[in-house]
Structures are given as structure tokens and as C-alpha cells.
Design a protein around this ligand. Structure first.
Ligand code: 4NP
Length: 155
């Protein structure tokens, strides 16, 4: 099993969007039996909460299921469980290093570093632009699945 975890600050906007989008890609490629997908926050602010209404609306617009998205906080144990730990921005990456105690481990990556953008995913909690974030997260998720294909024999 290949275990993928998306991480952001609150686990209500960007990382649940990535979880839903990536799970959709995995299901469309019939890889659900080989890849698991989850998301978590670096903060404790929204433990047990559903995604932000803006994230739910954009997922609905693109016909992506939001089933099972519930806020939780990243733990030190997640470092052992997951093979890819994907932060949305530089601040997430620093916080992941702090929580896991594993600075600069190759399994910890910033999502858009897998694309030509090489930048932070803008946080729609502050920008209000869920469409912009959706398009970037979608691109990042496609690149991540390609990377996983390149690193594992999946079919
Ligand atoms: P996220 O966005 O990290 O993409 O889930 C945020 C969600 C909540 C807060 C900040 C950012 N907050 O301050 O509660």
C-alpha cells in the first residue's frame, strides 16, 4: 500500500480539497486498492470539523465527492505511516518538520514543487479564491500521481 497525506494549516480548505481531488484521480485509475489518501492540519483549530463551505462548493462544482472529510491534526506517528507527506506551503513544511521531528526528509514535499509553478498553494481562507486554489491543487495532484507512477510499479 502507498499512503499519501496532504497537510495544511487548518485542514478545512486546501488539504481536504487535495484529499478529495487526489482520491478521485486514484479511483478513476482503479488504484484504490494500492493507494490510500488522507489529510491533516498542523494546527488543532478545526479537529472534527467538516471542510470550509468554499471547499465544499468548489468540489461540488467539479463533481468531486467530499465524503469522509473531517478535520484532524498531524501526529508524529503519521511520519511512519505515510509514504508521501505533502504540504501546501512553506510554513506547512516547517510545521511538518517540527511535529514529525524529521527535517528535510525526501518524503515531505511542497505540492507545487511537483509542478512548474514551484510556489505555495494560496490559502483561500484568506484570499477567498477557491477556484484559483482548486486549479493549482488539481495540477499538483496530477503531478503527484505521475511521480508515484514513476517511483512504483502500479499496473
Ligand atoms: P487551510 O486554511 O490551512 O487551507 O485549511 C485555513 C483554515 C483555517 C484557518 C486558517 C487557514 N484559521 O485561521 O482558522
Amino acid at each position: 500500500m502507498i499512503n499519501v497525506l496532504f497537510v495544511c494549516l487548518g485542514n478545512i480548505c486546501r488539504s481536504p480539497m487535495a484529499e478529495a481531488l487526489f482520491r478521485d484521480l486514484v479511483e478513476k485509475e482503479n488504484l484504490s486498492g494500492k493507494i490510500t489518501v488522507d489529510s491533516a492540519a498542523t494546527s488543532s483549530w478545526h479537529i472534527g470539523s467538516p471542510p470550509h463551505k468554499g471547499t465544499l462548493a468548489i468540489l461540488k462544482k467539479y463533481n468531486i465527492s467530499a465524503n469522509g472529510l473531517v478535520g484532524r491534526q498531524l501526529t508524529k506517528q503519521d511520519f511512519e505511516k505515510f509514504d508521501y507527506i505533502i504540504g501546501m506551503d512553506d510554513s506547512n513544511i516547517r510545521n511538518i518538520f517540527e511535529i514529525t521531528g524529521k527535517p528535510k526528509h525526501p518524503k515531505i514535499l511542497r505540492l507545487l514543487d511537483l509542478t512548474e509553478h514551484q510556489k505555495d498553494v494560496p490559502d483561500p481562507y484568506y484570499t477567498g479564491d477557491f477556484e484559483e486554489t482548486y486549479q493549482l491543487v488539481s495540477e499538483g495532484c496530477k503531478s503527484l500521481l505521475e511521480k508515484i507512477h514513476n517511483e512504483h510499479y502500479l499496473k
